[in-house]
Ligand binder design. Structure first.
Ligand SMILES: Cc1cc2nc3c(=O)[nH]c(=O)nc-3n(C[C@H](O)[C@H](O)[C@H](O)COP(=O)(O)OP(=O)(O)OC[C@H]3O[C@@H](n4cnc5c(N)ncnc54)[C@H](O)[C@@H]3O)c2cc1C
Length: 285
């Protein structure tokens, strides 16, 4: 009975937003901004793990799930990258330093960073999918000696849509990371790869028996990336993806994000590919 009461209290707590203030705003791309939040009441921010998300509530507009895109090791700030696609995300991208919003979470599962020690790690990102993966990249780079090869593959539609451009340039200079960026279409000024990101996968050299892949992007991209990784020898159980489903409560109550037998908000968003492969191929789930 006590355990039940505790669970109910924890769920009720998770439904109450804390008020946070925008500390910094940077425009990454047209319609895409990175915001830094701090508690408005002088308290500390909750700890989170790479891959988790929060529910951001713009007063009078609505609440949406947004992944954490900053360094999970830095407890002083919460960083999130948001693209405007509709009413709430547009309102988030219009926030200015000093504005207040409601914040619930962090919620959801994490990229399996602790299980990657000794493994080669392949990170495959498509478009804005680099944002939810960035905390795991920070972790890999901050603890570089713990891992085997680290391969980062990033694809966008065009060179103009490359996110975190300066940071990619910094990562590219490192001798202990293999970073490749590709774009679907480019003009004559582009000197890099052209083609979808999955085309880079057959070229990578990793020990597939001891490698793990973290994949995030549009669902179709994740499916093709997982197939290409499987083709080069990675078992599906060594591939992790992040599910994007419409979410409301974020605590597995409302059923908005139900994905067959699981709730994407609570059992995901980060999941092992072998657990969802068949479902990801189905429409209307
Ligand atoms: C776990 C999780 C993490 C996310 N992280 C980020 C992030 O870091 N940055 C970011 O910009 N966005 C992220 N999203 C997507 C973001 O939540 C949606 O863009 C947002 O909910 C759209 O709300 P809206 O009111 O602005 O637009 P709406 O009017 O609700 O929707 C506009 C369009 O976007 C589509 N859409 C709405 N919600 C989603 C969704 N969850 N997944 C895919 N398409 C959707 C709708 O079908 C519609 O076509 C994440 C979603 C989830 C589930």
């Amino acid at each position: 009975m006590a355990a039940l009461a505790e669970a109910v209290a924890a769920t009720a707590d998770a439904m109450v937003p804390r008020i946070v203030r925008v500390r910094k705003r940077a425009r990454d791309l047209p319609g895409t901004v990175t915001l830094e939040f701090e508690p408005a009441d002088g308290t500390t921010l909750p700890r989170y793990q790479p891959g988790q998300f929060t529910m951001l509530y713009v007063f009078g507009v609505g609440e949406i799930p947004i992944s954490i895109s900053g360094d999970a090791g830095d407890a002083t700030r919460l960083v999130q990258t948001v693209r405007s696609v509709g009413a709430v995300s547009e309102a988030v991208t219009q926030l200015k330093p000093g504005d207040l919003v409601g914040l619930r979470g962090p919620f959801g599962t994490a990229w399996p960073t602790d299980e990657l020690a000794g493994q080669d790690v392949v990170v495959v990102a498509g478009g804005l999918g680099l944002a939810p993966l960035r905390p795991s990249i920070y972790h890999l780079l901050a603890n570089r000696a713990r891992f085997g090869k680290v391969v980062l593959l990033y694809g966008t539609r065009s060179p103009e849509e490359i996110l975190y451009r300066r940071q990619l340039q910094t990562w590219r200079k490192r001798l202990d990371v293999d970073l490749e960026v590709t774009v679907d279409h480019a003009g004559p000024d582009w000197r890099g790869h052209v083609g979808v990101v999955t085309r880079l996968i057959p070229r990578i050299a990793v020990d597939t028996a001891h490698a793990t892949a973290l994949v995030c992007g549009p669902e179709v991209m994740m499916r093709f990336a997982a197939a290409a990784l499987h083709d080069i020898g990675l078992p599906e159980s060594a591939i992790w993806v992040s599910l994007e489903r419409n979410m409301k409560c974020a605590v597995g109550l409302c059923g908005h994000c139900q994905f067959a037998g699981m709730f994407a908000c609570k059992d995901g968003a980060v999941v092992r590919y072998d657990r969802v492969r068949r479902l990801m191929g189905l429409k209307e789930i």
